[in-house]
Design a protein around this ligand. Structure first.
Ligand SMILES: [Zn+2]
Length: 283
């Protein structure tokens, strides 16, 4: 894919971007690592996958600057593993999202998680870090994962996987939570940031409009699922077939995960009931 791999791209005062070479259907052109800071200090956000190429590119981009902190938005394997070689090379602490211990097998299993992530310090909502006088503030945004943080820098927001322009964010149980995701979208709607820089895909100008649109889209999907249950559908497969006509077969599992996330949230609200064998009915 033609993309600016290993090239540090200045975006605005205090923020630059470095793309890792891990393109895929889930990562678009790859993971975008952000550098926040000035001429003498920097914070690296989302160091990305543990690839020698990308670690070398990050160290080159850092140059003689002091690395104040390595911060991750969440612990999917395309975001946090390079925190370890980067810490080993620079001595900088890993400060940011909480560690998540999901099982390797069983109902809490998720192979996409970086199980070796080990932060030196966890940032709570509203806590700040500084690099050359530039402030980076943690904004707790659970939903895509329960430990997801966005980072505000001036009027810009580094959104990780919470909001992306190129694709709908995957929210799949057990760790993904549609209720939390909707609340986190509403939190961003009220912030009114100037621009979003996601971990994958291009910057989002006029982001509040996109967030409103996303909230509307998810609410519409929820109504559609309730309608299907009222019409007699009970299995997730049936609901997917009726709500996503003509869907690429490769995307059926992701759509099933999303329907499942909606059902779990509707169950929490007392609007649907779970029956035997992962079948559902209106409450
Ligand atoms: Zn992710």
């Amino acid at each position: 894919m033609d993309a600016p791999y290993a090239i540090l791209e200045p975006l605005e005062d205090g923020i630059a971007r470095l793309l890792a070479r891990n393109p895929s259907p889930y990562t678009y052109t790859g993971t975008q690592t952000y550098f926040v800071g000035g001429e003498t200090e920097a914070i690296i956000v989302d160091p990305g996958p543990d690839s020698d190429d990308h670690v070398t590119a990050m160290l080159e981009a850092l140059g003689k600057r002091r690395l104040v902190a390595i911060a991750c938005t969440h612990t999917h394997r395309d975001h946090s593993p390079a925190s370890r070689p980067l810490k080993a090379a620079t001595g900088a602490p890993i400060i940011g999202c909480a560690p998540l211990s999901l099982e390797a097998t069983g109902p809490r299993a998720d192979a996409a998680f970086d199980r070796d992530y080990a932060p030196d310090r966890v940032l709570e909502d509203g806590e700040t870090l500084f690099a050359d006088g530039i402030v980076l503030e943690a904004v707790a945004t659970p939903g895509h994962t329960s430990n997801h943080l966005c980072y505000a820098v001036g009027g810009a927001l580094l959104t990780g996987d919470h909001v992306m322009g190129w694709s709908t964010t995957v929210v799949v149980p057990p760790d993904g939570d549609m209720g939390s995701y909707m609340e986190s979208l509403d939190k961003l709607r009220r912030r009114e940031d100037r621009v979003y820089y996601p971990a994958h895909g291009p910057a989002i100008e006029n982001p509040t409009r996109l967030v409103r649109h996303m909230i509307g889209h998810r609410m519409q999907r929820e109504r559609q699922i309730l309608k299907r249950l009222e019409a007699g559908d009970s299995e997730i497969g049936e609901i997917v077939a009726n709500c996503y006509p003509g869907l690429d077969p490769r995307l059926v599992p992701a759509a099933g995960g999303s329907v499942s996330a909606h059902l779990v949230e509707l169950e929490r609200q007392g609007r649907v009931e779970r029956m035997e064998g992962d079948r559902w009915k209106p409450a």
